[in-house]
Design a protein. Structure first.
Length: 190
């Protein structure tokens, strides 16, 4: 997410190598904006495998209380076989802990972050909503055209959207395709 003076990245999937490539692409496209925040939806390995790279770049980790200790341990782990940037130049992780919700805003951009857990997939689960775009970003709850939209996690997310009256026009996520238009409206009507 591009803010006027910084960037927010959602997820550090799979490995440090992938995070390095993402960081390089962001720096190439937005050379004057530091990656200030990394939002981690939950603690599963396919979402945090590249966490150390962002810690080494001094990004503040946005997470939930139950993940802080794990993420601190990951930041301190020894990588002797294949040293990474965090091994070579250790940084102490900084955190923004989300207990219920938090907002980040600058002129022209607001992001709302909510913990909508517990759900069957994880006790704590962050989602990100950009009101100006009607965009809801989520992980492992709706994976359009990949997983069943009738799954319990999908139903729980839809219930949150309705309960909180988010004006969602787009649902994007880590897995699957972007859900919008008629397919989204049909899902929200049910």
């Amino acid at each position: 997410v591009e803010f006027p003076d910084f960037m927010l990245v959602s997820e550090a999937p799979v490995s440090n190598e992938i995070s390095q490539k993402v960081i390089e692409l962001i720096r190439k496209r937005f050379p004057d904006k530091a990656i200030r925040y990394l939002l981690q939806s939950h603690h599963h390995q396919d979402h945090i495998g590249g966490l150390r790279e962002y810690i080494a770049h001094q990004a503040t980790i946005i997470t939930t209380p139950g993940n802080q200790q794990l993420f601190e341990a990951i930041s301190q782990a020894e990588f002797n076989w294949a040293p990474d940037r965090q091994s070579e130049h250790p940084q102490k992780p900084t955190f923004m802990i989300v207990k219920d919700s938090v907002s980040l805003s600058r002129p022209g951009m607001e992001v709302q972050i909510f913990d909508i857990g517990p759900i069957p997939h994880a006790k704590e689960m962050l989602v990100l909503f950009i009101p100006s775009l009607g965009l809801l970003w989520q992980a492992d709850m709706i994976s359009y055209k990949e997983w069943d939209l009738e799954s319990l996690p999908a139903k729980l997310l839809i219930a949150h959207i309705k309960k909180l009256k988010w004006p969602v026009r787009i649902i994007a996520g880590v897995h699957g395709q972007v859900l919008k238009g008629e397919a989204l409206q049909n899902l929200l009507k049910e």
